[in-house]
Design a protein around this ligand. Sequence first.
Ligand code: 13P
Ligand code: SF4
Length: 311
Amino acid sequence: IDPSLDLVEAIKQLKIEKNAVILAHYYQDSEIQDVADYIGDSLGLSQEAAKTEADVIVFAGVHFMAETAKILSPKKKVLLPDLKAGCSLSDSCPPHLFAKFKEQYPDHLVITYVNCTAELKALSDIVCTSSNAVQIVQSLPLDQNIIFGPDKNLGDYVIKKTGRTDIVLWNGACMVHEIFSQEKINKLREEFPLAKLIAHPECENHILQNADYIGSTSGLLKYTKENPAQTFIVATESGIIYQMQKANPGKTFIPAPPNNACACNDCPHMKLNTLEKLYNCMKYELPEIDLEPEVIERARKPIERMLEISA
Ligand code: 13P
Ligand code: SF4
């Protein structure tokens, strides 16, 4: 790329030329969020992907999100700036092992968190996101046995919220949400006694049980706008803090401290996307998400079921 090129302007130009829409997750770098047409949580992004009239969907997020967009808009070109932008949670549930797991529970309904591969969605009855997991489980008859995967922390949270004992969990987790230190958070709370601890349900139970609010990224953002507190300790990926600060200029947002001093709250997969890669992927229309039509067909039903329940 010519170093004198104004990447932001060039990306805006490409959007017009190609009738493209940029969908960005809250965990993207702030400069990517700033060029996006829509910024949201996983549910909002999939709703947007389903209804867009653009010819090209540029997904500034990770692989499973771009796959979901492709499943919902199979005729559109879906681009991801870096195909290696994966997800540790999705990786923790290989479809062939999950299929064997599922065989042990033939009368169970399979609910999968959207953070999984298209093949895994194709093995599911209903998909969910962190903002509708509880609602989806509550929409099912009380005597319905359920397999929930791949996130055991979100699954455990759903069990606690719904009081249901008939849910079998897959043992997967997100590398970013398992690093927070309760001890260091407690120290922060002593220092800032009026601060609210807000946490994503992918966090472990010991963090969630002390949180003042638990929600998806958009839920957390909304809470910071509606709650009068001036300081928030944020137990999720740090990218969301950019929108929190923009929406609440006078308030203070402290990233929840990790156990290991060398660790940070950045998702290494999300952060693989850069403005340069975004520009190149729009210019050359590569890399593109390509899925077998048969996988698209089977994976679409459980996603559509989710969208119907959360409409
Ligand atoms: P949400 O934005 O749906 O809360 O998901 C968080 C996440 O971990 C995405 O990878
Ligand atoms: Fe996956 Fe966790 Fe990164 Fe989200 S934050 S993309 S769940 S590794």
